[in-house]
Design a protein around this ligand. Structure first.
Ligand SMILES: Nc1ncnc2c1ncn2[C@@H]1O[C@H](COP(=O)(O)OP(=O)(O)OP(=O)(O)O)[C@@H](O)[C@H]1O
Ligand SMILES: [Mg+2]
Length: 507
């Protein structure tokens, strides 16, 4: 018998067998079905000497996207996009180029040390849980690798290691850094939907553009650098690879800017956690699990986010100076209660979030809190181990001013610098205020004009300081009347007039 005839006979026999099997299945008891399936599989594998390995996008309870799947995706996008015929295009890093990956159900080949392997990208739709369920149908994507069984050791050993290593490197190179936020409001319950929504992170701040004491700046850079290279060290000392930073200081001193600079220095993603939008401690934990490594988890204005500060205080344990800040906290809480979406996150939930058992998953993460009122925070929240490094950001110094002058006006020296150096040592002015004065307001504003604006602002602020010291008028009174600061801007004239009026009334 000719070979072609043999194949034809075999094909038709198999087809008849499959047909019979389909009919039999309907009437066979389950046990008999299993028995047949098991042996069919064995017979098939005897004739079919190929091995298949699947890489599913979500494993287990689907809490996290599989790292292996992501690495394979990156590897294939770089190595096989030239041979694949159907491709998916996505915007790559810096939105400047397109990244091509294999489209679904596409098949490509790869060669490794003379061994040929096949990759197929595929997906299956998982059925909904019940006919009445409002869970949408889930897409389960996966890549399937097929190779001859005689190459088993090479493929499961060095080839897969090579794919993972290269895939991870490509992912790091092509990664668009992201700024995540936990979006409030109702979410359609779905396994696939993540707890975070994101946009591309494109903040231009760097440590070079930060106005602060140069030594302190260097110390922070070194600390961050050391942290990012300390994987083995953390493993050796038995600590989760994460570090807490507490940034505190008056408004406009650069806390948020520093977070952006940190993210840019280490090329990390940023997770901006809005605590008031987190329903309860369980949701907080889910959010934590969904963060990836190489990221900064930020909770801004931690003192205002929730009433975490007052929970351990007994009634009547308040100092009068606490009242001002407390108003903010209470105000927000009341607003939430009115809206009916109050958060049930507790202090202990937050403490566990930072260094509970779950906090170790993922690794290489910074947790950053910012606050204007460090003294109002619960000591447990900011103890070393949770918030390892406390960084105070303060009013602008002359060194800080020089950085800003260089950023805004490209000036390294100017005859007016001496005056500014003298004045800036006498008054408290935030870098945000200095920056605003240095900003050219019209095309005709030259550096001399901008520096003069700053000098005027500094002189007015100095006069106000002087009057405050020589009169019984309290600083709070001035600030309550909104005379010194309105929307974060320095209003010297207004403040001066107010002071003079009060002085006249006083005498
Ligand atoms: N140290 C600084 N170096 C450079 N620019 C700064 C610095 N501090 C503030 N600025 C400028 O002022 C603006 C406000 O700063 P930023 O938002 O970082 O202040 P903040 O400390 O986070 O204030 P808040 O406590 O109100 O959140 C920024 O856009 C930045 O341009
Ligand atoms: Mg801020």
């Amino acid at each position: 018998m000719k070979i072609s005839e043999m194949w034809t006979t075999m094909g038709s026999t198999l087809a008849s067998f499959m047909f019979l099997w389909t009919i039999m299945r309907q009437y066979c008891p389950y046990g008999v079905q299993r028995f047949f399936e098991k042996y069919t599989h064995r017979i098939m594998s005897y004739f079919y000497p190929y091995i298949r390995i699947s890489f599913h996008e979500y494993m287990g309870d689907r809490l996290k996207r599989s790292e292996a799947y992501a690495a394979v995706e990156a590897y294939l996008s770089a190595n096989t996009s030239k041979s694949a015929k159907r491709l998916k295009a996505e915007m790559g890093k810096d939105s400047s180029n397109l990244v091509l990956t294999m489209d679904e159900y596409e098949r490509v080949t790869d060669d490794y040390e003379g061994v040929k392997v096949w990759w197929v990208s595929s997906k299956v739709m998982s059925p909904t849980r019940s006919p009445m369920s409002y869970y949408p149908e889930q897409e389960k994507r996966f890549y399937k690798l097929t190779f001859h069984s005689k190459h088993r050791d090479t493929i499961t050993g060095s080839y897969l290691e090579h794919v993972m290593r290269e895939g991870k490197e490509i992912r790091l190179r092509n990664r668009q850094r992201k700024l995540y936020t936990n979006s409030p409001g109702y979410k359609w319950p779905s396994y696939k939907q993540t707890m975070w929504s994101h946009i591309v992170f494109e903040h231009p701040a760097t440590f070079d553009t930060m106005a602060m004491d140069p030594e302190k700046k260097q110390e922070i850079i070194e600390d961050l650098d050391t942290f990012s290279k300390s994987k083995d060290f953390y493993a050796r000392i038995g600590k989760a690879w994460k570090r807490g930073y507490l940034l505190y200081g008056p408004p406009g001193t650069g806390k948020s800017t520093m977070i952006a600079a940190m993210a840019n220095l280490l090329a990390y993603d940023v997770y901006d956690l809005e605590l008031t939008a987190v329903k309860d401690n369980t949701e907080l934990r889910k959010l934590l699990i969904e963060t990836t490594s190489k990221s900064i988890i930020v909770i801004e204005d931690i003192d205002c986010s929730l009433d975490l500060t007052g929970q351990r205080k007994k009634k009547g344990d308040k100092s009068p100076s606490d009242d001002e800040a407390d108003k903010d906290v209470v105000g927000r809480k009341e607003a939430k209660e009115e809206g009916g979406s109050g958060s049930k996150v507790t202090l202990s939930g937050l403490l566990n979030f930072i260094d509970g058992i779950w906090s170790a998953c993922g690794g290489e993460r910074l947790i950053v809190f910012t606050t204007n009122y460090v003294e109002k925070l619960d000591p447990a929240l900011i103890r070393r181990g949770r918030m390892d490094k406390h960084i105070q950001l303060s009013y602008c110094t002359f060194d800080g001013f020089k950085v800003l002058a260089n950023n805004y006006l490209k000036l390294e020296a100017h005859p007016l610098f001496d005056t500014i150096e003298r004045l800036i040592g006498e008054v408290k002015i935030t870098p945000a205020d200095v920056a605003e004065n240095l900003m050219p307001k019209s095309p005709l504003d030259d550096p001399h004009k901008c520096l003069s604006n700053l000098i005027v602002a500094l002189e007015e602020a100095a006069k106000v300081e002087e009057m405050k010291q020589s009169s019984p008028i309290k600083e709070e009174l001035l600030q309550q009347n909104g005379s010194i600061k309105e929307n974060g801007e320095l209003h010297g004239d207004k403040a001066m007039n107010q002071c003079q009026m009060w002085l006249v009334n006083d005498t």
